[in-house]
Design a protein around this ligand. Structure first.
Ligand SMILES: Nc1ncnc2c1ncn2[C@@H]1O[C@H](COP(=O)(O)OP(=O)(O)OP(=O)(O)O)[C@@H](O)[C@H]1O
Length: 387
């Protein structure tokens, strides 16, 4: 298990474990098939989701993300559908089975945390705990408080908490119900950037340290890149694509890879640390390619996730002479697509088997004569790896 205690507090760890093949869908995973008819909107999905890690449901406003989550929770009953979590069937309209929400062992956290205002933080947490028989508890009080970093808030009243603290308490309370499934509906949407940064590391911890699958609704690509293992793209109530995050974010046929804030996740094994400069050296697994990332210490051998924004990657045909950019990666152009803005193109690169995106101007692309198969150098600012 990843030793997060090695990371100093208040600096948030901006990287977490890389998605693993463990999160691939198995027959014992989550199967969700829903047909919902609202006036003017139809949700029609058939999904096999992993029963570990974080699955992000991503799509534009109105694409049906919340409706899908509400179906999972039993708050919306589909016209037809089936939902199974491992061997447990929660919905099967063909057999007139629909487990009501209060009988589904799940945690649900909304955009705005709804804590009991008359109870302390501890009282709120114990309320979650009380709902579970001791023999069925999979998460204990101290573990939840520590995971969300709220031990020092236990005596406080909700009215005295910041938005980020309230969300952390709400998530801890949901965990203490020992859910089979944790549903998070844009839990960071109402927070400003600083509060988001405060809470993201705790969400990353959930994913590393708990064996509870998380379904995470978001329309923020950066959050998705930092947290998710698996991604479902929704558009107008239908699944556009779903798969492992590392594959999905680099697919030029999907709008998410051509967006203004397109990012990829790259895995890196920590092979060195220069304390004077707070610089980690990471190797792309199984390759001689290394990257350097500004960050406080991590354990040698840890595999971590690095998020690289396409706009922070520039291309050059020759290896540059000594410059301030630390990461210059050998790459092959494998695809070029129109970016969100017509003045730019999105270039998909292959770095020894790992996909990387670069968003450059159409002018630069033409000047470089970029074409599929061309060998280039991708320059990535070390600092940009952490944003
Ligand atoms: N109870 C309802 N009755 C009628 N229409 C509904 C109902 N709930 C949702 N809708 C409609 O279904 C569509 C999908 O809504 P939903 O809230 O699932 O989208 P979303 O992707 O979560 O959007 P956002 O990102 O804005 O939260 C919208 O057009 C919405 O107006």
């Amino acid at each position: 298990m990843h030793d997060l205690s090695a990371l100093p507090e208040p600096k948030p760890p901006l990287m977490s474990r890389t998605p693993s093949s463990e999160t691939r869908t198995t027959s014992g995973g989550i199967h969700a098939r829903f047909l919902v008819e609202h006036s003017g909107f139809t949700l029609d999905v058939d999904l096999d989701l992993p029963d570990r890690g974080v699955t992000a449901i991503f799509g534009q406003s109105g694409s049906g993300k919340t409706t899908l989550l509400r179906c999972l929770a039993g708050l919306v009953t589909p016209v037809s559908g089936r939902l199974s979590i491992g061997a447990d069937v929660w919905l099967d309209t063909a057999n007139r089975l629909c487990l009501p929400t209060h009988c589904r062992p799940l945690g649900y956290v909304f955009q705005e945390a709804s804590l009991f205002p008359h109870l302390t933080v501890e009282g709120n947490l114990r309320f979650g705990l009380k709902r579970v028989a001791r023999s069925e508890q999979r998460v204990v009080f101290d573990q939840a408080a520590q995971l969300l970093g709220i031990e020092h808030l236990l005596r406080r009243m909700p009215s005295g908490l910041s938005g980020g603290e309230r969300q952390r308490v709400a998530i801890a309370r949901a965990l203490l119900t020992s859910p089979r499934l944790l549903l998070l509906d844009e839990p960071l949407a109402s927070l400003d950037r600083q509060r988001k940064e405060e809470i993201l590391p705790y969400l990353a911890r959930l994913h590393d340290e708990l064996d509870i699958p998380v379904i995470y609704v978001s329309h923020a690509p950066e959050e998705v890149a930092r947290l998710a293992d698996y991604l479902v793209l929704l558009d107008n109530g239908r699944t556009v694509a779903s798969g492992l995050i590392s594959d999905m974010l680099a697919r030029l046929d999907l709008a998410v890879a051509r967006a203004d804030d397109a990012s990829v996740v790259m895995p890196g094994v920590v092979i060195g640390y220069e304390s004077t400069y707070e610089l980690l050296t990471l190797a792309l697994p199984g390759t001689p390619v290394t990257m350097r990332v500004v960050h406080s210490s991590m354990r040698l051998g840890d595999t971590i996730r690095v998020v690289v924004k396409a706009r922070d990657v520039s291309l050059t045909p020759q290896a540059p002479a000594l410059g301030s950019i630390l990461n210059v990666l050998p790459a092959t152009v494998v695809g070029i697509a129109e970016a969100h803005a017509p003045s730019h193109v999105m270039v998909r690169l292959d770095v020894e088997g790992t996909p990387l995106l670069s968003r450059i101007t159409r002018f630069s692309s033409d000047r470089l004569g970029l074409a599929v198969g061309m060998r280039v150098w991708a320059q990535v600012k070390a600092v940009s790896l952490l944003t």
